[in-house]
Design a protein around this ligand. Structure first.
Ligand SMILES: [Zn+2]
Length: 531
């Protein structure tokens, strides 16, 4: 008899939990207030979702409700009651804030702005994603959510390996699912130039091709016999493709911040225009990894002309306020021995070669500001003195970000120890595809606090947000990229959305189990274990 009761209770409980939507998704909403009445509203496939007239973004949001929830978009009319309403006007200083109200009037998703409505739709979508059938019972509730940080980024490197447009769109879908609003796109590097520049047609055509690539771990030549993979790596994005991707991202409230890494990480460009290097070359698109000594010549006037041409077209294609110009890992050995660079140093009365880099970046910042844009650079841009409006991306720990915030420069935190998702995610390296090294488990991403405690409250306001970076030296395919990204992006997502006192790793992993089921449904690859 006891056994029978147990079986009955277990069956009832599992039925109950199947039918119960808890709204506990990733990122966790700030507040979920279930109505004590215990009543439900019905979300029925094919029912109408209304949106305000004459608002193209809200119409697009209604189409997302159609795509994610199976609803039928319709312009709101005064006298027609609709079961699902998308509206604006939520009182909040945070434009990304949303409120979902489920009561006897139906389901209302209200945003402080259009992006807030979009995030509300994503939360509802994730809440019901695992429910079966055409009618889903939603407990009466009021759910509110808003992100902690205005800058919620993810970086993808498409220079070391090229990823097709179809994957870039899927990548954007994944970011949108996680409430990310900045896609930092690393488009050029020593190993490939992926951005079409119309005034320099040879640049992407030739600079995007390398005939072979080193296999396995490597930090450069002369360290044992390298083994080569003879499959050519090639591909670049045309401006037409990029414009299409920019719009695709915009519709999902994601700004693409393109990066042209300079004055280092430029060998792919030097291979096409060897006159821009200090030695004159010849140079070859780099088939292995590590930092290359060859960089743009700081003393050659053609260098600035080249940068202006590239950035001019970049600004035409990407409407982002921020343009990333790298500035990292740019060795100064060539500049020390180059006559042109040394003459420039004398002419400008500079003390050292680091200031030559600042000279280039100041010019770049002026150029960008003339185009109404602002400069982001890796934390090395602090070394020769920071140009006035520069935003610093702190990657070598938190130190650069702390220094920059104290100087009242804006900062994005992306320290290697918490944010470099090209590292292994499990201790047992053999259980994972070959990676660059390092160890960044899910829990360590989750534990990240973007605002260091040694900053004052005032200084802390200069921390715009955080992002994780996916470098792709060893990431060879879209499926592999997904595996590196998921589920560590889930952890980053809660860093970006939740206040520190709302975070709880144990509870997060419970919610993650549902997210993984959704990944299986959507066909995404992900790391099934976590530490
Ligand atoms: Zn030079």
């Amino acid at each position: 008899m006891k056994k029978i009761i147990f079986v009955l209770v277990a069956t009832w409980m599992s039925f109950n939990s199947m039918a119960d939507v808890t709204y506990q998704v990733i990122p966790l909403p700030q507040s979920i207030k279930l109505d004590p009445s215990g009543k439900n509203a019905q979300l029925i496939k094919g029912q109408v979702v209304s949106y305000p007239a004459d608002n193209a973004e809200m119409k697009r949001n209604a189409q997302f409700a159609q795509e994610f929830l199976g609803l039928k978009p319709q312009v709101a009319a005064k006298k027609v009651k609709t079961p699902v309403n998308l509206t604006l006007g939520l009182q909040s200083e945070n434009p990304d804030a949303y409120q979902i109200t489920i009561d006897k009037k139906g389901i209302t998703i209200q945003g402080a702005s259009e992006s807030g409505v979009f995030y509300g739709i994503q939360t509802l979508r994730k809440s019901v994603a695992l429910e079966e059938g055409d009618t889903i019972s939603l407990p009466f509730a009021t759910i509110t959510g808003e992100p902690r940080f205005q800058y919620r980024g993810t970086m993808l490197d498409c220079a070391r390996h090229f990823f097709p447009v179809t994957f870039i769109k899927e990548f954007i879908d994944i970011l949108a699912l996680h409430g990310v609003n900045k896609f930092h796109w690393h488009l050029t590097d020593d190993q490939g130039w992926r951005f079409e520049v119309k005034a320099l047609p040879e640049l992407a055509k030739k600079g995007s091709y390398r005939p072979y690539t080193i296999i396995g771990s490597n930090v450069g030549l002369g360290q044992g016999d390298p083994i080569w993979d003879d499959t050519p790596e090639e591909g670049y994005y045309t401006q037409a493709e990029l414009r299409e991707i920019v719009q695709y991202a915009q519709e999902r409230y994601i700004t693409i911040i393109p990066e042209i890494d300079l004055p280092g990480h430029m060998v792919a460009a030097l291979s096409v225009y060897p006159n821009l290097g200090c030695t004159g070359g010849p140079y070859f698109v780099r088939p292995y990894w590590g930092v290359d000594p060859d960089v743009l010549c700081a003393g050659n006037p053609e260098t600035l002309k080249f940068i202006h041409t590239v950035l001019g077209e970049l600004c035409e294609v990407f409407p982002s306020k921020y343009i990333h110009v790298g500035g990292d890992e740019s060795p100064r050995d060539r500049w020390k021995k180059c006559e042109k660079c040394q003459n420039k140093k004398k002419e400008l009365q500079l003390d050292n070669e680091a200031q030559l880099q600042t000279y280039i970046l100041k010019d770049v910042e002026k150029f960008l500001s003339q185009h109404g844009r602002e400069l982001i650079g890796w934390d090395e841009i602090l070394e020769g003195g920071l140009s006035e409006g520069a935003t610093v991306m702190s990657w070598r720990g938190y130190k650069g970000g702390i220094t920059a915030a104290r100087l009242h420069h804006r900062v994005i935190m992306t320290p290697t120890d918490n944010c470099y998702i090209d590292y292994y995610q499990l201790k047992n390296q053999r259980a994972q595809p070959h990676a660059i090294g390092g160890y960044l488990p899910l829990s360590k991403v989750y534990a990240m606090e973007p605002i260091p405690s040694d900053l004052t409250e005032e200084e802390g306001k200069f921390i715009l947000g955080a992002q994780c970076n996916l470098w792709t030296e060893y990431v060879l395919s879209p499926k592999h990229a997904e595996y590196m990204l998921l589920p560590r992006l889930d952890a980053m997502c809660e860093v970006q959305w939740l206040q520190p006192d709302q975070k709880n790793f144990e509870a997060f992993t419970t919610r993650l189990a549902d997210m993984e089921k959704l990944y299986r449904k959507l066909g995404y690859s992900y790391c099934t274990a976590y530490e």
